[in-house]
Design a protein around this ligand. Structure first.
Ligand code: PMV
Length: 329
C-alpha cells in the first residue's frame, strides 16, 4: 500500500532573527527566534510526498522539474536516521513533488515553507500528529521551517540538542490579526550567498556576534511582552533594531557579506521618515534585499503608497497572519 499525502505551508517572517548554528547538520540555532507565520492563501508551498512499495533512488520534483536537490537529499538522510527504526517503511523509495506560488531562494523564505510542507506531509504519511515533532522534522531541512508549523506568533526555542530544539506557538492568529507584512520586492534573482554559507561565515569570523547574542536574550523578553500586550510601537522598534543588528554581523564577517542593497537602504530611510511623528511601520530583512515592512491594518494603504514611491521596488506582496501548515489530501 502506497502512503501519499499533500500538505501546504506558508513562509514565516522572523521579527527576532536566527543567524548562526550550534550544530550545522542538525540545524540547532545559537539563539531563540520569534516569527509571524504568513497567510497561506497568499504565499505557500504545496508538497506531495509518496512512500512507495518498492525500493530505489528517491525522486524529487521542484516546480514541475526533476531535480537533484542537495538540501532535500540531506533532509531525507537525516529523517531516515531519526525515524527509520520506528517506521521501517522509510527504507522504501520516496517521491517528492513540491511547488511554490512565489519565487524560490530570493529571501522570501521558500526553504521555510518548502521544508515545513514536506515535514507536515511526511508526518501525515506516518501518522505523527504532535506539532512539536513536526517542527523538529521541519527543522532538519531548514532552521526557520521549524516555525511555520504553527499559525500566529511563534518562538523557536533554540535548545541544545535535536530533542529540545523546536518551535512553540506564542499566540494564535486571533490574538492580533490586524498585523500585515508588506513585502517590497526589490530583486527576484537567486541570492548570491546561501543562508547556510552566510551564517557559517558569520559565526566563524564576526567579532560582533557575541554582542548580538547577548542583546538577543534581553530583546526576546521585550518582544514577547510587546506581542502579549499588542504593543505595536515596541514590537516595531525591537524588530528593526534586530534586523539591523543581524545585518551588522554580516557586514562584520570576513570577508563581508551584503544582502541588503541601495534600494533596501532607501526603504529603511523611508520607513524612518514615515515614523517621524509616531510609529507607522517596522522593517525587517532576511538574507536578501527584499524588505518586509510590518504594519497594522489602519496604516496599510499609507505603507503601500510609501513603498511604491521608491524607485527599484518592483512589486508588493501583502500578507496577513496565517494559520500554520496543514494537510490538504
Ligand atoms: O532557515 P534558513 O537556514 O533558511 O535561515 C533563515 C535565516 C533568516 O531568514 C535570515 C532569519 C530567520 O530567523 O528566519
Amino acid at each position: 500500500m502506497t502512503r501519499k499525502s499533500t500538505a501546504i505551508s506558508a513562509p514565516n517572517i522572523a521579527l527576532l532573527k536566527y543567524w548562526g548554528k550550534k550544530d550545522d547538520l542538525l540545524k540547532i540555532a545559537l539563539n531563540d527566534s520569534i516569527s509571524i507565520t504568513l497567510d497561506e492563501n497568499v504565499l505557500r508551498s504545496k508538497t506531495t510526498i509518496e512512500i512507495l512499495d518498492s525500493f530505489g533512488a528517491d525522486e524529487i520534483g521542484l516546480n514541475g522539474k526533476k531535480v537533484n536537490d542537495e538540501k532535500i537529499n540531506e533532509w531525507l538522510m537525516l529523517v531516515r536516521k531519526r525515524l527509520l527504526k520506528k517506521y521501517p517503511v522509510l527504507k522504501n523509495k520516496i517521491k517528492i513533488e513540491s511547488e511554490n506560488n512565489f519565487p524560490t531562494s530570493t529571501g522570501i523564505a521558500s526553504s521555510a515553507s518548502g521544508f515545513c510542507a514536506l515535514a507536515t506531509a511526511l508526518c501525515a504519511c506516518l501518522g505523527i500528529e504532535k506539532r512539536e515533532e513536526m517542527s523538529r522534522i521541519a527543522r532538519l531541512g531548514s532552521g526557520s521551517a521549524s516555525r511555520s508549523v504553527y499559525g500566529g506568533f511563534v518562538q523557536w526555542k533554540a535548545g541544545t540538542n535535536t530533542e529540545n530544539s523546536f518551535a512553540v506557538q506564542i499566540k494564535p492568529k486571533e490574538h492580533w490579526d490586524d498585523i500585515y507584512d508588506v513585502i517590497a520586492v526589490v530583486d527576484e534573482g537567486i541570492k548570491k550567498v546561501s543562508s547556510k554559507d552566510g551564517m557559517e561565515k558569520t559565526v566563524r569570523s564576526s567579532r560582533l556576534m557575541h554582542c548580538r547574542l547577548a542583546e538577543i536574550k534581553k530583546r526576546r523578553v521585550r518582544m514577547l511582552r510587546a506581542i502579549g500586550k499588542r504593543d505595536f510601537d515596541s514590537l516595531a522598534i525591537e524588530m528593526m533594531r534586530d534586523s539591523n543588528q543581524m545585518h551588522a554581523t554580516m557586514l562584520d564577517s570576513w570577508p563581508p557579506i551584503f544582502y541588503m542593497n541601495d534600494v533596501s537602504r532607501e526603504i529603511v530611510y523611508s520607513v524612518h521618515e514615515t515614523n517621524l511623528n509616531g510609529i507607522v511601520a517596522g522593517y525587517t530583512f532576511d538574507a536578501g534585499p527584499n524588505a518586509h515592512v510590518i504594519c497594522q491594518k489602519k496604516n496599510l494603504e499609507k505603507v503601500k503608497g510609501m513603498l511604491l514611491g521608491i524607485k527599484g521596488v518592483s512589486r508588493l506582496i501583502v500578507s496577513g497572519v496565517g494559520n500554520g501548515s496543514k494537510v490538504v489530501k
